[in-house]
Design a protein around this ligand. Structure first.
Ligand SMILES: Cc1cc2nc3c(=O)[nH]c(=O)nc-3n(C[C@H](O)[C@H](O)[C@H](O)COP(=O)(O)OP(=O)(O)OC[C@H]3O[C@@H](n4cnc5c(N)ncnc54)[C@H](O)[C@@H]3O)c2cc1C
Ligand code: MET
Ligand SMILES: [Zn+2]
Length: 612
């Protein structure tokens, strides 16, 4: 009899955790490599689970794929670890059970940490070796990312007719991290050919059962559940799970009542938990009908009424000026406010506020934006870096921005801390700019990063950063395309200092599906010019510019005038090529950006007059 025939009439018991069990025994390195370095330990664990009553044993190959083994320098051992993994499980199980070849999800919350192409490659390799040892079926578990699971399931279904179990993992009750309700996700997996579908890890029985109450019995596939022992507790720097096997006796019956046919355990569970569940379900008959609890209606999402068009909408239609005026590095905001007022008077479309640029602390840009809100009509565009905010902080910041009515945001990875005033500070980087753009896009759908409904849809217009001052412009443009795919609405560039570069950038980006604000930062003097030319990676000024600035080096006023003149020459060409102009205020010298903004406005007037 095969696994699926058995499941027609029985509830089968799976095994429990491998990773946390090994960890509890003091093992801190690669768990899967033990298949070849300490096979007897793994064999004994399989045997213990089998003795406890599990008839479905999974191979110790959860993370036995190229990218995960690479963390331990074991990436060349994918073949041996997987082959040995199956052999050990088979030896332990003998004829009295089934061996599932396990493959774990790779992506957790950082989607862009690994491309789907790499996932496919590593999945195919692992799948090949597991199938080569003739497993009884496959178990794909701990998949938070539905896109990843769908992709690998399609590959596997194409390669084999063996039973496939797919288990998703949920941060939030009832929804996957992209907001897909679990019922829908399981139906999708069933349609793609999974024979058993369900959920594992993250939740203990309580929350998992709550989730399953909303899941109906499916037409073609069986339901599975592998709960954690409990919610984890953080003790002395380690994650600890409660161990109360009796509780698992009681909850096993509840899982049966929800229609689960394959029941095992995930993190924190031990052979004692499995023994308790096996005892509880010894002669249990699976249910064939179920009353499904209706999912609570999703809160009505109110879409904010947009008072002004977004920047990306404006710049598609006409010339638009945004100006960076950074929050002060010291306390005291008078000069900043004067600058902001002067720039508003010049008629700019937005004031952009850096998030601790160059990794040096400044007054919080959200605080400065709130201050502006009370005093000015010009809207702020808030920079948000992944360097200074972890995943919790980023979401809290975005919710704060939405609450205050700020919906223009620039999503950045951010300069690393080591270049700034506090080189010992941590650069968080929970997310990359790609992930952050995706996150904000998901907020616009009313869904948090982990899939939780936010109660309202945000209305962010999302800018991405563009650094054209790189050796390979084509690669920079590829990054922009990727940012567009993630949801970026437009781009804002680092400053450009030559007409030729402006033209190169125009050529390289003209088929991009998002508009660009081109960066122009006036030089303040020869020292500033030399610094940019020699010390800022990627920025090169022409000999002509350097000489022009050096000639008047000792005249401060004249230097600023020359800086303005050069910026105007760049603006003349940029104005012809791009609609968006991004003026960067150097060293709080807002009178320079005010003059440039006025210059651009005058050009606009001339062109309007010409049209009339
Ligand atoms: C308009 C604008 C505003 C900015 N505001 C801030 C701010 O407020 N606070 C702050 O800390 N920083 C700011 N920066 C700096 C920014 O963080 C760095 O310029 C960063 O290198 C590029 O932008 P990003 O953070 O989105 O990085 P991403 O585009 O996500 O790039 C991440 C990393 O990949 C690398 N990379 C990027 N492009 C290439 C390429 N073509 N070839 C090879 N490697 C590449 C870089 O090392 C970069 O650090 C700003 C930059 C711009 C353009
Ligand atoms: C992070 S979920 C872990 C699943 C795997 N089966 C293990 O227990 O090691
Ligand atoms: Zn787990």
């Amino acid at each position: 009899m095969g696994l699926l025939e058995d499941l027609q009439s029985k509830i089968l018991i799976g095994d429990g955790a491998m990773g946390t069990l090994l960890h509890a025994h003091g093992i801190d390195n690669c768990f899967e490599e033990l298949n070849i370095t300490k096979p007897e330990d793994i064999f004994n664990i399989h045997k213990a689970y089998q003795k406890a009553g599990a008839s479905v044993i999974q191979t110790n190959t959860y993370g036995a794929n190229f990218p995960k083994l690479k963390r331990y320098g074991a990436e060349e051992k994918v073949k041996d670890i997987n082959i040995e993994g199956v052999r050990l499980a088979k030896k332990a199980v003998g004829d009295s059970g089934y061996v599932l070849g396990t493959i774990g999800g790779i992506r957790s919350f950082q989607k862009s940490i690994i491309s789907l192409e790499e996932i496919k490659r590593s999945f195919r390799e692992q799948l090949f070796w597991l199938l080569s040892e003739d497993v009884d079926g496959l178990l794909f578990e701990t998949f938070y990312d539905l896109e990843e699971l769908k992709t690998v399931l399609e590959i596997a279904r194409h390669e084999t007719d063996k039973p496939i179990v797919t288990n998703v993992s949920l941060h939030e009750k009832g929804v996957l991290q992209d907001g897909t309700p679990i019922v829908k996700a399981l139906k999708i997996l069933e349609e793609l050919g999974a024979d058993v579908v369900g959920t594992n890890c993250r939740q203990g029985p309580y929350h998992m059962l709550e989730i399953l109450e909303e899941v109906p019995l499916l037409d073609k596939s069986f339901l599975s559940a592998y709960p954690n022992a409990s919610l984890p507790q953080y003790v002395d720097g380690r994650l600890i799970y409660e161990t109360d096997p009796d509780y698992f006796y009681k909850t096993a019956l509840a899982f049966k009542d929800q229609g689960v046919r394959l029941l095992g355990g995930c993190c924190g569970t031990t052979p004692s938990h499995i023994e308790a569940m096996a005892k509880a379900l010894k002669n249990a008959v699976p249910i064939t009908e179920k009353t499904v609890k209706e999912a609570p209606p999703i809160e009505v999402l109110s879409q904010e009424i947009q008072a002004q068009p977004h920047l990306h909408e404006i710049v598609q239609e006409k010339h638009s000026i945004i100006v960076e005026l950074d929050p002060p590095k010291k306390l005291g905001v008078d000069k900043f406010l004067k600058g902001a007022h002067a720039l508003q008077a010049a008629g700019i479309d937005a004031l952009t506020l850096a998030d601790n640029s160059l990794a040096s602390p400044r007054i919080s840009n959200l605080a400065m934006a709130s201050l502006l809100k009370d005093q000015l009509k010009t809207r702020p565009l808030i920079h948000l870096t992944c360097r200074d905010h972890n995943l919790i902080g980023l979401q809290s910041h975005l919710m704060g921005m939405h609450t205050l009515g700020f919906n223009q945001v620039l999503a950045l990875t951010g300069d690393p801390s080591k270049i700034g005033d506090f080189p010992g500070a941590t650069s968080v980087y929970d997310l990359s700019s790609f992930d952050l753009i995706r996150l904000i896009k998901q907020f616009n759908e009313g869904v948090s990063f982990s899939g939780k409904p936010l109660g309202q849809k945000t209305n962010f217009s999302i800018a991405g950063a563009f650094n054209p001052n790189v050796r390979h412009l084509d690669r920079a443009v590829q990054r922009l395309e990727k940012k567009v795919d993630c949801g970026a609405d437009y781009f804002i560039s680092q400053p450009i200092y030559s007409i030729e570069q402006l033209e190169d950038v125009y050529e390289a980006t003209k088929s991009l599906k998002a508009p660009i604000y081109i960066g122009i930062m006036p030089l303040t003097g020869a020292k500033n010019a030399r610094f940019l030319h020699h010390e800022v990676p990627g920025i090169k000024l022409s000999e002509n510019i350097l000489t022009r600035m050096e000639k008047i080096e000792h005249d401060k006023e004249q230097s600023a005038k020359e800086g303005i003149l050069l910026a105007k020459e760049l603006i003349d060409r940029a104005y012809e090529l791009f609609n968006g102009l991004y003026l960067i205020t150097p060293f709080m010298r807002y009178e320079m950006t005010v003059e440039l903004a006025n210059y651009i406005k005058a050009k606009e007037l001339v062109s309007i007059e010409r049209k009339i």
